[in-house]
Design a protein. Structure first.
Ligand SMILES: Cc1cc2nc3c(=O)[nH]c(=O)nc-3n(C[C@H](O)[C@H](O)[C@H](O)COP(=O)(O)OP(=O)(O)OC[C@H]3O[C@@H](n4cnc5c(N)ncnc54)[C@H](O)[C@@H]3O)c2cc1C
Length: 575
């Protein structure tokens, strides 16, 4: 059996930043990090626009309190304000720390870190490395990990969380290279497994964003918090769904409908294109359904609107948002200097996740914790984003709470012994599971079931939701679930069998989908990204609370947890 003081699952910004903090705090600790991709291929590498922090380099009037207010207002008052205070107060410090590690942020002419405008932020506070910010940060963190001796298991798929008697004890993992299975035990386990964009058919997320960590936690009896809040980013490139960063609007691009109007004037007159994402995505969806979308031949009534950069000029486009230009050029042969880009909303971010306190310890209920289990990043819900995340607050969350969680793990493992567990029974169970998958002679191919599932979630639990739609969706999901148990694999081998991974990911996706739909059905109000056509208003008297969903194959039990309000009383949210 493999043994480490700490095992971290996830090589994105949250996992890497936590690992680094643990070895910085106590270099004698034996820390391992597992990722099903290579760490530098984690979705964090694709983050474009930047990371918010009140450095006040561009806007001297800015303050952490203003950042906290924008975040809470953006969250439609569902964020926990104690966590938001930590996020925004520690932001400048973590950016400077990254800079000292070697991250090359873009600069102002006087040499200080540059800051740009972003949706829902009242001041120019987003620090960036052109529009490749995630790339710049993740590469530097991974280099630092290697220097500090963190053991990296790349292309190992974690298939089970070992949780016994309310204590996390380790994980079971499968090596993509040769099908080897290992049990790892550790004094502390951390999940930083990222989001679940692949639950939907059009997403900006990478293929690995399948919600494995959420599903494994749910299967082990851990609740998932606020799963109904799925962020749709307004500007996915049509038809592929690839992200065109909000930085493009931050630098001045317009959204235009088939009549040539900047329609955001009708939805958020004071913020225009820089309204928060939930509002902008709904505006685009409404324009399209009202017949003011555009067809590929330029005529009205089509499935997208235009993102227009032309007035910005070649020099600004190439300096500030070169990657957005490249993406449109590479994928659609569009030269954004002279042509507008076709865009529509795309699934982008998971506000909910594994519930944690501000030290990164996983909650088993409102007042109870799972021993030795930690989580951070997009997989976790410390609830700094509530019902809607502001752009450039997620990289920040990964770094602030990755660091905090790392520090608390380093403390936690002092004087703890490795847990006892029965390695053989876990190995046997895992071998049987893989063998059964390989031998199964079902009638469906994995991608057939996955596509049916993604279409189902997109149709029945998308930007606009109703009770009737979601009930129909839940019935459809039952059918898809039984199909998912009746699949067959073409590849029966041990070497580099990606189908085995896809089969396990399909299980994760469906569990996550069931939890999203059930949580959404029971929230009879509209708040942030969760919009109910049958309950269009926010309802603070009944729903100013977090959903806690407990999964079991027999059904999902929903409980609720109060929101922490310390600074800002809920008000109407207008822009
Ligand atoms: C295109 C795009 C652009 C974005 N731009 C911005 C931006 O400009 N600013 C901002 O603040 N946010 C942005 N975001 C959001 C932000 O990038 C993510 O929320 C954040 O990077 C998530 O980091 P993470 O460490 O939580 O997870 P990820 O970076 O997603 O990493 C997850 C890790 O978990 C591993 N993993 C998952 N399941 C398993 C398993 N079963 N076994 C082993 N390993 C597993 C993966 O291999 C990976 O290493 C963007 C997101 C996208 C998709």
């Amino acid at each position: 059996m493999l043994e480490h003081d700490v095992i971290i699952v996830g090589g994105g910004l949250a996992g890497c930043r936590a690992a680094l903090e643990i070895v910085r705090t106590d270099p004698s600790l034996n820390v391992a990090l597992v990722a099903k991709t290579h760490p530098i291929r984690s979705h964090s590498v694709a983050a474009q626009g930047g990371m918010a922090a009140t450095l006040k380099n561009v806007d001297a009037e800015d303050s952490w309190e203003a950042h906290a207010f924008d975040t809470v207002k953006g969250s439609d008052y569902l964020a926990d304000q104690d966590a938001v205070a930590i996020l925004t107060r520690e932001a400048p410090d973590v950016v400077i720390d990254l800079e000292h590690m070697g991250v090359l942020f873009s600069r102002l002419p006087d040499g200080r870190v540059a800051q740009r405008a972003f949706g829902g932020h009242s001041h120019n506070r987003t620090c960036y490395a052109a529009d490749k910010t995630g790339h710049a940060i993740l590469h530097e963190l991974v280099n630092n990990l290697r220097r500090c001796g963190v053991r990296i298991y790349d292309e190992w798929y974690v298939m089970q969380l070992i949780l016994e008697d309310a204590q996390a004890k380790g994980v079971v993992m499968y090596h993509l290279l040769d099908g080897q299975i290992e049990v790892v035990r550790a004094k502390a386990v951390m999940f930083a497994t990222g989001g679940y964009g692949r639950v939907y058919n059009t997403t900006s997320n990478d293929y690995a964003s399948t919600g494995d960590g959420l599903a494994m936690s749910a299967l082990a009896g851990v609740p998932l918090e606020d799963m109904e809040f799925v962020q749709f980013h307004p500007t996915g490139l049509y038809p592929v769904g690839v992200l065109i960063s909000e930085a493009v609007r931050g630098e001045g691009a317009y959204l235009i409908n088939s009549e040539g109007d900047r329609f955001m004037a009708n939805y958020a007159p004071s913020r225009m294109e820089l309204a928060p994402r939930d509002i902008t995505s709904r505006a685009i969806a409404l324009e399209i359904s009202a017949g003011r979308g555009i067809h590929p031949d330029g005529s009205a009534g089509g499935p997208f609107v235009y993102l227009d950069l032309r007035h910005m000029g070649r020099e600004k486009i190439m300096n500030r948002v070169p990657f957005a230009w490249e993406e449109a050029h590479r994928l659609l042969s569009i030269d954004a200097v002279n042509q507008p880009m076709p865009v529509r909303p795309t699934v982008h971010y998971s506000m909910g996740g594994i519930p944690v306190n501000t030290s990164g310890q996983v909650r088993s209920g409102t007042d109870t914790l799972v021993d030795a289990f930690f989580a951070a990043g997009e997989a976790a819900c410390v609830s700094v984003h509530g019902a809607n995340r502001l752009g450039s607050n997620s990289l920040l969350e990964c770094i602030v709470f990755g660091r905090k969680t790392g520090a608390s793990i380093a403390q936690f493992v002092q004087n703890r012994k490795l847990p006892d567990l029965d390695e053989q029974s876990y190995l046997l169970e895992a071998h049987c599971k893989i063998q059964a998958l390989l031998e199964q002679s079902g009638q469906y191919r994995i991608n057939q079931v996955r596509e049916a599932f993604q279409d189902c979630m997109t149709k029945y639990c998308g930007v606009f939701r109703t009770e009737e739609l979601m009930r129909e969706g839940l019935t459809k999901l039952q059918e898809i679930l039984s199909q998912s148990q009746d699949i067959y694999l073409d590849d029966k081998g041990k070497l580099w069998n990606t189908e085995v991974i896809e089969a396990m990911e399909l299980r994760s996706l469906i569990i996550v989908g069931q939890i999203i739909l059930t949580s959404a059905l029971n929230r009879q109000e509209s708040r942030g990204a969760h919009f109910r056509e049958d309950y269009q208003e926010r309802d603070d008297s009944n729903f100013l609370k977090h959903t806690m969903a407990y999964y079991s194959p027999a059904g999902i039990d929903l409980q609720y947890k109060p929101v922490t309000i310390t600074m800002f009383e809920p008000k109407e949210r207008k822009y």
